[in-house]
Design a protein. Structure first.
Length: 53
């Protein structure tokens, strides 16, 4: 699911002719999306680790 979100966002960028690292606002949104996904994955691992103790 996470990969689907990232791939669909990149496809929409190219279909709308707005490219990351050219449009700064789009670069910022993609970086924040990746950070959001990373923190969600870390949080999920932390919760699973706490339940295993």
């Amino acid at each position: 699911m996470i990969l689907t979100i990232l791939v669909s966002s990149l496809i929409l960028c190219f279909l709308s002719s707005q490219y990351p690292f050219v449009d700064t606002w789009l670069t910022e949104k993609l970086v924040l999306l990746v950070a959001y996904v990373d923190f969600a994955m870390l949080d999920e691992k932390f919760i699973l680790f706490r339940h295993s103790e």
